[in-house]
Design a protein around this ligand. Structure first.
Ligand SMILES: Nc1ncnc2c1ncn2[C@@H]1O[C@H](COP(=O)(O)OP(=O)(O)OP(=O)(O)O)[C@@H](O)[C@H]1O
Length: 253
């Protein structure tokens, strides 16, 4: 019997993932034969110097970009073989995104933006889902802002709306690109605690790209990338240790 990734408790898996840009004469290998598994309920930080391939890895795992070679599995589905429309549905139902360019809809108010994933899926939130959205809105301090439009909010507040929207449907997998980048340290800590509890309490898998050793210290696992390869797969670590490793990587580059 063939072992399926879901049997191993893996929510996502990359096998021999490679991404090249540029021309044959002048190729850039952004990701070089990367294999990894993301476990159910695990909060993973992805770190590495600028240009090491972090965003490329996240985009490929989320099916937002096509690999040059290799496979990406979400549960039992090889998403590199899905049609665009099947991929869109799978992404909508199972993946949440918190990207730096928030992607909030300017014509919708904050409440509408947070509910958008349900609208796009053609359904209304259930009672339990509404209670969860209320909890997110309160934790993220957005209660007073629900009737406002995105342009009326600060960068940090827009970031928090993007986080509420990404977690609202409790997707299996959440990708976050520098989710605390625009936040003051107190709100940043609250957002990290929220991501950690989404993983530990709700069994969601969180993959977060960050340059911040303090943010990464909240994760269960830290993957370090250098030149498109995973050079270290570490368990939860203290900020000082993460920072020392990052400095050593940058010095060696
Ligand atoms: N569209 C593209 N065309 C050509 N090269 C690209 C493209 N996107 C990324 N690259 C290259 O691929 C490599 C990895 O880029 P990537 O954005 O994944 O790095 P990163 O680790 O996320 O960097 P940063 O921390 O600066 O955001 C870099 O050398 C980058 O210049």
């Amino acid at each position: 019997m063939q072992i399926q990734p879901s049997d191993l408790g893996l929510i996502a898996r990359a096998v021999g993932l490679t991404k090249r840009y540029g021309t044959a004469a002048n190729p850039v290998t952004a990701l070089d034969d990367v294999s990894l598994g993301l476990r159910r309920g695990e909060f993973t930080a992805i770190m590495g110097p600028s240009g090491s391939g972090k965003s490329t890895l996240m985009h490929l795992l989320a099916g937002l970009d096509q690999a040059t070679a290799g496979e990406v599995w979400l549960g039992d589905t090889d998403i590199t073989r899905l049609s665009d429309s099947a991929l869109t549905v799978l992404r909508r139902r199972r993946i949440g995104f918190v990207f730096q360019s928030f992607n909030l809809v300017p014509t919708l108010d904050i409440a509408g933006n947070i509910r958008l994933p349900f609208e796009l899926d053609g359904r209304k939130p259930s009672g339990i889902e509404r209670a969860w959205i209320d909890e997110l809105v309160d934790t993220l301090g957005l209660r007073e802002r629900l009737g406002h439009r995105p342009h009326e909010l600060s960068g940090g507040q827009q970031q928090r709306v993007a986080i509420a929207r990404a977690l609202a449907t409790k997707p299996d997998l959440v990708f976050a690109d520098e989710p605390t980048g625009n936040l003051d340290s107190r709100t940043g800590r609250e957002v990290l605690a929220l991501l950690a509890s989404a993983a530990s309490l709700h069994g969601q898998s969180i993959a977060m790209v960050t340059h911040d050793p303090i943010a990464a210290s909240h994760a269960d696992r830290i993957l370090y990338l250098s030149d498109g390869r995973i050079v270290r797969d570490a368990p939860r670590s203290a900020p000082e240790e993460i920072s020392a490793y990052m400095l050593a990587m940058e010095a060696a580059a």
